[in-house]
Ligand binder design. Sequence first.
Ligand code: ATP
Length: 498
Amino acid sequence: IFGPNEGGSAAAKERNAQNQGVSDADWARVQLDDEVPEAVKEPVRMTHSRNVSRVDAATPSHASLQPSPIPEGTETAAVAREQKITPFDVEGGVDADGKETGIDYEKVVRRFGATMISPDLLERFEKLTGHRPHPLLRRGTFFSHRDFNLILDRYEKGQPFYLYTGRGPSSDSMHMGHLIPFMFTAWLQRVFNVPLVVQITDDEKYLLERDAKKQAALQKKIKAKKPLNLLDHYHKMGQDNIKDIIACGVLPEKTFIFSNLSYVGGPFYRNVVLMGKTLTVNNVKGVFGFSDSDNAGMFHFAAIQATPSFSNSFPQIFGERDDIPCLIPCAIDQDPYFLVTRDSADKLGYKKPCLLHSKFLPALQGANTKMSASNENSAIFMTDDAKKIAKKIKSHAFSGGGATQEEHQRLGGNPDIDVAYQYLSFFEDDDEKMKSLSDGYRAGTLSTSQMKEACIAKITAVVEEFQKNRAAVTDEILHAYQDPTRKIDPRPVAKTQE
Ligand code: ATP
């Protein structure tokens, strides 16, 4: 977790210290009971610090584009395969010569109608919060947004907002790609000092398993006698994932984590019903690419992922207030859910969710797809030990080096497509080290195996620290974070904690 006290103006620091100036009137309709169970008083934190300042190489754009959920595959450029980014599939393009082109993020932003994060926006963030933007923001890993400026306006005026993110339990352990949104969200929560809700979509993962063979194999593996056993299996993996999320350092006194299979009901379900009625089958088909043979539950699920965006879904935090917007940090593949949510929010008289989108941590096999739990060979899991991590990186990480040692020395390598270098760029803080690795690789003086060794050392250190934090999350802590009767005070606490 990056400390939020990384700099910023003296005035901003003072403002932080003054409890962000929230007026009583603003909180008048919010529940204020602040009981925190003993089990969650001690936050579990990742403590590694980072101080990288590499600035995003992507050109920011201020283009104000309207949402336009155009199905992928309709562009006219000479390509063999268009890139495809949906909540279920991430595939980069392939050019006319059959070469993988990676993911063109500016194109995704144009298609989804989001906005690139500009240097001005980051500057405003720093001025207001007194915190230097997180390295993942400064580096352009979080690169796009929807209405983040409105969240900053609210912060400036001392008006409430909250964070919302989630996880669909596709494996019993999260992988390194999942660390990106959760570590970042934990940092943002400390900077803004606001409530966080985390949705565990155990229902979604059951509904969305469309590969009959994979499902049959899983049923056999877990000895499922009936569908209910399979549903329980996803729920159980969700519980394991919640421990992973807690280990990322979310604030115990301000975080509510819930499994859909356990929590959905009451005021939350009322919003699911309201949301469900705003969506037509045509709408859902168009945005998510479902077909008539997909199960009806998948169509309805969009309403369930939308609902945490509405503050009155969480009466234990916001009472009956329905006018508090949320900020959703997630990878850009989740955006279609919130595109439909934003459309429907207007119809329901609710606030639209705002978003911060990240790029993907690539699969071991290369930048044409994301690291995914659905493809075990693509991922480094948070449960992997040092030996396994080394083996995976040595044997699977796509190399941007020359075909032979001689060629590499003569022509140099390309760190931009080298997976070991890419992973380092997400997790290594030392700018000087990154520059020297990149320069040496391009010059051919640093070999592929040396790059991989550097990557193995860094990733192993991050995973081992995570494992230490994860081991401290007891079942008691797990249950306390999920207690729906626990009141959460939405007001900022006296001082940001770090
Ligand atoms: P998986 O295929 O691994 O299950 P998923 O996208 O289905 O991936 P989710 O649990 O839905 O997994 O994702 C949780 C959060 O992590 C979302 O914000 C998602 O966009 C993000 N995420 C998933 N994979 C990556 C990745 N490789 N890099 C960055 N973020 C990722």
